[in-house]
Design a protein around this ligand. Structure first.
Ligand SMILES: [Zn+2]
Length: 327
């Protein structure tokens, strides 16, 4: 089994390839991993491999089955997705899958069901799903996809082969996004650092433009400030040295995050910075420390308009931040 265009995750790929080659592919699998790590893309590739007619190199990408799988029109691959805010499966949806699953496949050797479970598939629906997995139809392969196995009943977890998908290395992610989006390597590397190599998030940041970029950098800097060494903070701030407008935007974002931390520390609840969890973490700093941080961001916003040496200014700001936070 091959995984064209899907980076990293060698252990998962090897395990699935070995099971496929040996003719003992599991009938129920679970792909879990953080949002943006490529779970759905990976699940679709596996489904394509399972219906591909070219068994020595599946998916071949060229046979009629592959072409239809890629177009989303293969009759033996069903994608089932929940609705509503949590995008979770309902009991009725699982009933429909069950009714469908016992018929023979139309073209392939198997019927593949991609079940995108969303964030909160309720117990009644999970119990129905459990029944189906416990007494699986002869030709059915069920691929469950969700963020974490923790959201599933232990009885389901014990009956699926579970695989954790992870972002590829930062270098791989940067090279992939640079080529795909035709952006400079340096910008791609910065994105990869900010997003931990998570390609989905990198693409989202790109689509969001400068404002989203500033927000991501401000968050990474605030996170870095809370860490013991100076390394993460300096790394997050590295791209500001060449972009005055970006630095200005980041400073205003940081100012809001720091103010939020202070407000939460003081027992308030007003959150302006758009990152309540991070503000909560910042709120763990002592009050007198927090009170220094927001004014510091404002001070550097003013300095920025007068000062020519950006590299020096960014480094100095990071040093002052760490001093103010007592790091
Ligand atoms: Zn094929």
């Amino acid at each position: 089994m091959e995984f064209p265009g899907f980076l990293g995750n060698a252990p998962v790929k090897e395990a699935l390839s070995a099971a496929f080659a040996a003719g003992r592919f599991p009938h129920a699998l679970l792909f879990q991993g953080e949002p943006g790590c490529g779970k759905r893309t990976f699940a679709r590739l596996v489904a394509q491999a399972l219906v591909c007619r070219c068994k020595d190199r599946a998916p071949c990408g060229a046979c009629p089955a592959c072409v239809r799988a890629k177009a989303g029109s293969h009759p033996d691959i069903r994608v089932v997705e929940g609705s509503g805010a949590t995008r979770s499966l309902s009991v009725d949806q699982v009933k429909e899958i069950t009714a469908d699953a016992y018929r023979a496949p139309e073209e392939a050797q198997v019927s593949v069901y991609l079940l995108f479970l969303g964030s909160r598939t309720l117990e009644p629906a999970q119990n129905k799903l459990l029944k189906l997995i416990e007494e699986p139809p002869a030709h059915g392969v069920f691929i469950l996809v969700c963020q974490s196995a923790e959201q599933l009943l232990p009885t389901i977890r014990s009956r699926v082969q579970s695989y954790l998908l992870q972002p590829p290395s930062l270098e791989e992610a940067a090279a992939y996004v640079a080529a795909r989006e035709k952006i400079p390597e340096e910008r791609a590397r910065e994105l990869a650092r900010l997003c931990g190599g998570n390609i989905g998030r990198m693409l989202q940041e790109l689509a969001g433009g400068e404002e989203a970029r500033a927000f991501a950098i401000a968050q990474a800097m605030a996170e870095g400030l809370l860490e013991p060494g100076e390394h993460s903070l300096l790394l997050a701030a590295a791209s500001l040295q060449k972009n005055r407008d970006l630095f200005r935007e980041v400073l205003s974002r940081l100012g809001m995050l720091f103010r939020d931390g202070l407000v939460l520390r003081a027992g308030g609840s007003a959150v302006l910075g758009g990152a309540p969890q991070l503000a909560d973490k910042l709120g763990a700093l002592p009050m007198k420390r927090l009170a220094l941080l927001a004014p510091l961001a404002e001070e550097y916003r003013q300095k920025l308009d007068r000062n020519a040496n950006m590299a020096l200014l960014v480094t100095e700001f990071c040093v002052r931040l760490r001093e103010a936070a007592g790091r």
